[in-house]
Design a protein around this ligand. Structure first.
Ligand SMILES: Cc1ncc(COP(=O)(O)O)c(C=O)c1O
Length: 367
């Protein structure tokens, strides 16, 4: 696994094909393509166009952004109820994850992650020329349980542990108290255990943030994003919460000015009015359950979800391929997993009722 990294050809993140590529392959109008593969929000906050127009007229776009990102950090501090010096911002959660890896994972070091996991954890680990220990989750029909004992065991010599809750791609969430117990066990390891990332990109959809725990666990970084519940994926805004000394180390690695001043100001305003995110989450959870019920009624297996996406359990990789083809022919793009544990699943983002109806019709009855 590290051979590629040593040669300097680390595999990048693999997206599904672009709208233009899919339109060309299936003879479709690019404008008719709907992305069910990105786990983004189907809607933007109300008044976003006007806000962008006002901010682009007001901001001196010939100048660099405020290096401290004071407005954005202040809005995040209020939202998360943590002091500003516990926050590091980035161009999306992905940049925050990258900053943590650059800070905490030396070449030849060891990162641990459950498997399956969000694909970027592997990419970032290999980019650091570090080693990766994967701890398999239990079977999908048992809800992909984490093997907590094995995670603690593998973490005993690790520099970093990647965790995601609620989890992409399994759509599961840990019961209350489980992650706190795990953090306690990890911090009791000789040397204080690895730096633990808890990626909460989907937190608004289920459970409680662990951001309040960073004072007790100085090696914990909680990572959040404006890309999901807040509907701002194109703005590229994310943040991490950690204890002050760790945040100072992360901030020293953060590229200056990677978030545009427009993105920072717009995100600050949107994060200051969390009403939209709350309403968006309610609507998406309601729509998720309608989508699951409609697919189950047609014979498909759709496990419960704690996120804004669902897994379609197709049984075999051939059946998953056939279902993906049905969707792609209709211009609907699922997330596929051709290799690895999820090869017999598709991942489908919950979108608008109209778009989801297209998906339900295109999938039809399970053969
Ligand atoms: C678990 C997880 N973390 C991070 C990200 C990236 O978020 P951002 O758009 O803020 O970079 C995603 C996006 O799909 C994700 O699923």
């Amino acid at each position: 696994m590290t051979v590629d990294a040593v040669r300097g050809v680390t595999p990048g993140y693999q997206w599904e094909d672009s709208d233009a590529e899919i339109a060309a392959a299936y003879g479709l109008d690019p404008a008719s393509i709907v992305r069910f593969d990105t786990n983004t929000s189907p809607r933007v906050p109300p008044g976003l166009d006007a806000l962008i127009a006002t901010e682009s007229a007001r901001l001196p776009l010939n100048e660099y952004p405020d290096a401290t990102y004071a407005a954005l950090t202040g809005a995040i501090a209020e939202l998360m109820r943590v002091p500003v010096d516990r926050i590091v911002v980035g161009a999306g959660a992905d940049e925050v994850l990258d900053i943590v890896a650059k800070t905490c994972l030396p070449p030849g070091g060891l990162a641990v992650m459950p498997s399956p996991a969000y694909a970027m954890y592997r990419v970032l680990t290999l980019q650091r020329a570090a080693r990766l220990a994967e701890v398999p989750r239990g079977p999908g029909d048992a809800g992909f349980p984490l093997d907590l004992d094995a995670i603690v065991r593998e973490s005993s010599t690790a520099d970093m542990l990647w965790l995601c809750d609620p989890d992409n791609p399994t759509a599961t969430v840990q019961p209350p108290g489980v992650l706190e117990d795990l953090l306690r066990r990890l911090s009791d390891l000789p040397g204080g255990g690895p730096v633990v990332v808890i990626d909460e990109a989907y937190r608004e959809f289920a459970g409680e943030t662990l951001a309040g725990e960073v004072g007790r666990f100085p090696r914990l970084v909680v990572v959040r994003t404006a890309s999901k519940a807040y509907g701002l994926a194109g703005m590229r805004v994310g943040w991490g919460v950690g204890d002050e000394p760790l945040v100072r180390r992360l901030s020293a690695v953060r590229p200056p000015g990677s978030i545009s001043s427009l993105s920072a100001e717009v995100a600050a305003r949107v994060l200051s009015q969390p009403g939209f995110a709350a309403a968006n989450v309610d609507a998406l959870i309601h729509e998720r359950e309608r989508l699951r019920a409609a697919l189950c009624a047609r014979g498909w297996t759709v496990p419960s979800s704690a996120t804004n996406f669902v897994l379609l359990a197709c049984g075999t990789s051939e059946a998953a391929d056939a279902a993906a083809q049905r969707l792609l022919r209709a211009g609907l793009v699922p997330r596929t997993f051709r290799r690895g544990r999820l090869h017999s699943y598709l991942r489908l983002t919950v979108r608008t009722p109209e778009q989801d109806d297209r998906l339900i019709a295109a999938l039809g009855d399970r053969a």
